[in-house]
Design a protein around this ligand. Structure first.
Ligand code: PEP
Length: 280
């Protein structure tokens, strides 16, 4: 049964969960409030205008699964065209600069992305942390820039294979999360993506028990960092999610969705993941 009340701060709460993101972010499962599933495709450096029809096909599948939030982050060159062609569908960016404007050749600010039609951006993806040597403080500043622009952020964290083998995965990920965590975080604009680096693009996926352990640790750390409202922050799993393993991964406690690379490029591959999320 739903029990809704106003807190002393004037926020609405239901069954102990702060309704910071609005009612739509929650669904009730066997008496427990669970976050709505959120499936996001990261196209990385893939896609020309010829592939815009793939986004239209994906948006059409998403429209048939209203219980799931779905988005695509195409390369920056396709954001405006994708947003214009698919009104109401959640187009995002893969990165943004932390500054509002200035002498940053080749970079794009949050406001520019918003004007192009992106509602949110991935930040701190391990490919950028490795290839562009982005550190936690830069990632944190990017999150704060997105918030200032009125956009959402999907903050990525994850350990390397060496770190996992050394038994350091939880320490690495929770410290990365704390150091990259933007000020003023709340569930209505911030999402976390746990992406073990060794699982990205490799076809390898951690055991469900390891995913459960890590997501529980991230949930605990969010509680320490945010206090009230942390339960409503969605934590996505990312790394070789596909139509065959999505149902199992999405059934893991505290897995509120997926950040998907390779399997998000076509509706044929991404559709089954959306369907698995709708059934989860
Ligand atoms: C990613 O890069 O965010 C990702 C999860 O990639 P893939 O699904 O291809 O492993």
């Amino acid at each position: 049964m739903w029990f809704k009340q106003k807190t002393a701060e004037g926020n609405w709460q239901a069954n102990g969960y702060l309704l910071a993101g609005g009612h739509h972010k929650y669904k009730k499962i066997e008496g427990i409030m669970a976050n709505r599933k959120y499936i996001v495709g990261n196209w990385k450096m893939n896609g020309l205008r010829a592939q815009l029809s793939n986004i239209a096909d994906i948006a059409a599948i998403a429209a048939n699964h209203e219980g799931v939030d779905v988005g695509i982050c195409p390369p920056v060159t396709l954001i405006a065209a994708a947003a214009q062609a698919n009104p109401g569908f959640a187009i995002g960016a893969q990165d943004c600069h932390f500054a509002e404007s200035g002498a940053h050749t080749g970079c794009v600010s949050a406001a520019m992305l918003k004007e192009a039609g992106a509602g949110y951006s991935i930040i701190g993806h391990s490919e950028r942390r490795a290839d562009q040597q982005e550190g936690d403080s830069e990632v944190k500043a990017k999150g704060e820039a997105l918030r200032a622009a009125g956009m959402g952020a999907i903050l990525c964290v994850g350990e390397t294979e060496e770190e996992r083998d050394a038994g350091q995965a939880i320490e690495i990920v929770t410290v990365q999360l704390a150091r990259s965590f933007p000020a003023g975080a709340s569930a209505d604009w911030l999402t976390i993506a746990y992406e073990p680096v060794w699982a990205i693009g490799t076809g390898r996926v951690p055991d469900a028990s390891d995913v459960a352990e890590m997501h529980a640790e991230i949930r605990k750390k969010l509680g320490e960092l945010m206090g009230q409202g942390s339960e409503a922050v969605r934590i996505l799993y990312g790394g070789s999610m596909n139509g065959s393993n999505a149902a199992e991964l999405l059934a893991v406690p505290n897995v509120d969705g997926g950040l998907v690379g390779g399997a998000s490029l076509t509706a044929a591959k991404f559709g089954p993941i959306i369907e698995a999320a709708a059934a989860a």
